[in-house]
Each structure stands twice: as C-alpha cells, then as structure tokens.
Design a protein around this ligand. Structure first.
Ligand SMILES: Cc1cc2nc3c(=O)[nH]c(=O)nc-3n(C[C@H](O)[C@H](O)[C@H](O)COP(=O)(O)OP(=O)(O)OC[C@H]3O[C@@H](n4cnc5c(N)ncnc54)[C@H](O)[C@@H]3O)c2cc1C
Length: 389
C-alpha cells in the first residue's frame, strides 16, 4: 500500500514542494504550523524581500503562481552597479545579455500568499501541527498523531528538525557576520538598478523596491562583523536611523540622495552550510539542506532549484518504485550536487576575495573590476550568473 509524501515546513520551499508534487499528481500532505498571512497594505512593504532569479520566476510561472502576484508589489531589476573598496566598478545591464530583466524583488509574504492560495485550490491537505519525530513508516507530530509516509521532505528551515531526527551529517561555518536589513526612503529614483559595495570589512547591497507615498524605496542588506551589527541593533530606533543614514552617506556618496531607514533594523547571523541531502525515505530542500552568504541573493533561488528537481525526479520514477526509494533519492542528490556546490563556492569565494585587506589583493580586485567593466563577453557571463543561470 502506498502512503503520501509528507512535506514538513511551510516556508516558500515547503509550500512550493507540496504544490509542485500535487501538480504532478502525487499524493502529498503538508505538515506545518498554519500561519495566517496578513493582508497586503498599500505603501507598507514586508521587511523580508527576495531577489528572484529568472530561473525561479520561470518555475513559479510553471506553478501558475507568479501571475497571481500583483504587478504593483514587485520591482524589476534592469541593471546592477557593483563597487569595489577602492576604485573598482562594474556596471551590469540586463540588455547586455539580451535579457529584459536581471531579477525581480518580491516580498516574502506575497509569494507565501499566492502559494497558500494555490495549495487550497489544488486541494492539498495541510495539517496544522509540527513534525516531532521520524518512525519506520512516517512522522509523528507534536500533537501526538502518526502520519504514514513513503517520503518525508524536510523543508523545515536552517535548524531542520527533520535533518536532526534522520541523523543526517551537516556542516556549518559561521562567517562571524550579521546581515542587517531595513527598507530605506531614497532621495533619488533608483531607476530599477541594484547596487552593491564590497567594502573590505562589509558588503552593502541596495535593492530597488516599488515607490510608496514617501517616494522611492530601496531595501538594504548590509553584511558586517557581528559586534558592529549588534552595536547598531542595540540603538534606539531614532539613533539607528541617524547612524545608518550617516554611514550610508559616507559609502554611497549620495548616489541615491539621502537614505533614511523607515523601520527598525533586523539582523540575521550569516552561515555557510551544507550536508547530506538525502537519507532513507527522507529528502531535504531549501535552507534545511544548505545555506549560502546572502551577497548574491541566491539562497531561496537555490532552494527553489531543489524543489523543482525533487518534484520532477519523484514524479518520473517507475511505477515499481516508491517515492522514497533510495535510487530515486540518489537521482535527486546527483541532480543537485553541482548547482549547490557551485553556488557555495562562488558566494564564499567572492566573500573571501573581498574580506582580504592585503594591499596587493585589494589593488588587484579593484583593477580586475575595471578590466571586467570593459569586457562585454565577461559581463554577459556575470549577468547570466547574477540571474541564476
Ligand atoms: C539577510 C538575508 C537576505 C537574503 N536575501 C535573499 C535574496 O535576495 N534572494 C534569495 O534567493 N535568498 C535570500 N536569502 C535566503 C533566504 O532567506 C532563504 O534561503 C529562504 O528563506 C529559505 O526558505 P525555506 O523555505 O527553505 O526555509 P524557511 O523560510 O526557514 O521555512 C522553514 C519553515 O519550516 C517550518 N518548521 C520548522 N520546524 C518545523 C517542524 N518541526 N515541523 C514543521 N514545520 C517546521 C517553519 O515554521 C518555517 O515556516 C536571504 C537570507 C538572509 C539571511
């Protein structure tokens, strides 16, 4: 007798997994706390926004959820300016790689809302409970239920209880840095361009957002040494505003006019993590499987890549195989090994290159950026990789 696939976790990776499997006619149940997503308010932008790559957008289109996102709630990124800590600068434009857009900045809450709607329409069972253990034939829940499952998908985030219950090996290294995020009122229109500064001791990213009644908006992700971030986070909201605005003016040289935080700062300690993606009857997707530095804005995109690969491979198995068959899961592991390792190496390598303060390296990386800026073929490749290709 076959049992359903149970997906533990209802972040974006978990909801997308359940939907992708349901659309491929797989029996699937979602096991996760059922949080109500607050209605979107005009002129209030969710604190959590993601740069969605063209590959992820195409996947969300295939899931029939992208077109349910209201146009007014996301921003197209048409180009990107990357600055080194000295004189280096690379300007990347989507048109240089024959693309209309490089990425789309979308609120986490909006993606969650359209996924939850689609799951309701697809009739997927959502059990409002938490995974509390794994047994021979399925999962046990915090409320004491036992759910039979042929395959358990751990989409339960960076602390993944499923990964722990299945005793899967997992390596984690702290960067000693914290990502400080906040949305900013900008004095000058961003014109759909993202900006990034590699400053030696920190990496600052400013992502374009839709305008509000207060005028142009950008979202800040500033990865900095944790003690510096903690000092900022400990300030009163007024002092945070003044300190961040002054530090941004010094770095950006008013490229976007005066930048002023319009809410409290949030901090996320940063890690690079990777481990086993499969165990007998278990597959991990998203942050449960890996984490990368946010400087390339690719963590969720990598997770959505896992989701699509897993759904395709599970649905394409032979009728003789169960969804949790080790051969099927090994196919999934093989499919994801290269993209996950490549993204980890690229983001970690970039981080290490710019974290070095040795003068020859600092000169070389800035001179390298200038040279790259004059080479259209290399720029095309950079745009492709910035777009998640
Ligand atoms: C500062 C910062 C900026 C970032 N910017 C970007 C970006 O621009 N683009 C991008 O692609 N990525 C970005 N990322 C990465 C992105 O945030 C993550 O990769 C993504 O949120 C992971 O989604 P997930 O669904 O795997 O995990 P989560 O969102 O953590 O979801 C896990 C879910 O599992 C549930 N859960 C936990 N325990 C249990 C249990 N026992 N049973 C059932 N359910 C459980 C939780 O309630 C939660 O809903 C950024 C990260 C940081 C820190």
């Amino acid at each position: 007798m076959t049992s359903p696939i149970v997906v533990c976790g209802a972040g974006i990776a978990g909801m997308a997994t359940a939907l992708a499997l349901a659309q491929r006619k797989q029996a699937v149940t979602l096991l996760a706390p059922h949080a109500t997503i607050p209605a979107a308010a005009a002129d209030a932008i969710d604190a959590r926004v993601y740069a969605i790559s063209p590959a992820s957008r195409a996947f969300l289109q295939r899931l029939h959820v992208w077109d349910a996102l209201p146009d007014a709630r996301y921003m197209r990124v048409e180009g990107m300016d990357v600055y080194g800590d000295k004189f280096g600068r690379v300007a990347l434009d989507a048109w240089q790689a024959a693309q209309a857009d490089m990425a789309w900045i979308v609120e986490s809450r909006e993606i969650e809302r359209v996924l939850a709607q689609a799951l309701r329409l697809a009739g997927v069972t959502w059990i409002d409970d938490r995974c509390a253990g794994l047994g021979d034939r399925g999962v046990t829940t915090e409320k004491g239920a036992a759910i039979a499952a042929d395959l358990i998908v751990g989409a339960d985030g960076a602390q993944s209880p499923v990964r722990r219950f299945a005793r899967m090996t997992h390596r984690s290294r702290s960067y000693g840095d914290t990502g400080v995020i906040v949305h900013l009122d900008a004095g000058v229109a961003h014109q759909g361009r993202a900006c990034q500064w590699f400053l030696g001791d920190s990496v600052l990213g400013l992502l374009p957002l839709p305008d509000t009644v207060r005028g142009p908006q950008v979202s800040m992700v500033w990865s900095m040494a944790t003690p510096r971030a903690q000092a900022l986070l400990a300030l009163s909201p007024e002092a945070q505003r003044d300190a961040v605005s002054a530090q941004l003016a010094a770095v950006t040289r008013n490229r976007l006019g005066t930048l002023m935080p319009n809410g409290p700062l949030h901090g996320f300690p940063l890690f690079v993590e990777q481990g086993e993606m499969i165990a007998p009857g278990v597959a991990l997707v998203g942050d449960a499987a890996h984490r990368v530095h946010p400087l390339a804005g690719q963590g969720l995109n990598l997770g959505l890549g896992d989701v699509e690969a897993l759904a395709e491979i599970v649905a394409a198995r032979s009728p003789m195989q169960s969804a949790g068959d080790l051969q099927v899961l090994r196919r999934y592991r093989r499919a994801r090994a290269e993209p996950v390792a490549a993204m980890r190496l690229a983001t970690d390598g970039l981080y290490q290159l710019f974290a070095t303060s040795l003068p020859p390296v600092a000169w070389l990386r800035n001179a390298g950026m200038r040279a790259v800026n004059a080479m259209p073929a290399i720029k095309r490749r950079l745009i492709d990789s910035a777009s998640g290709k």
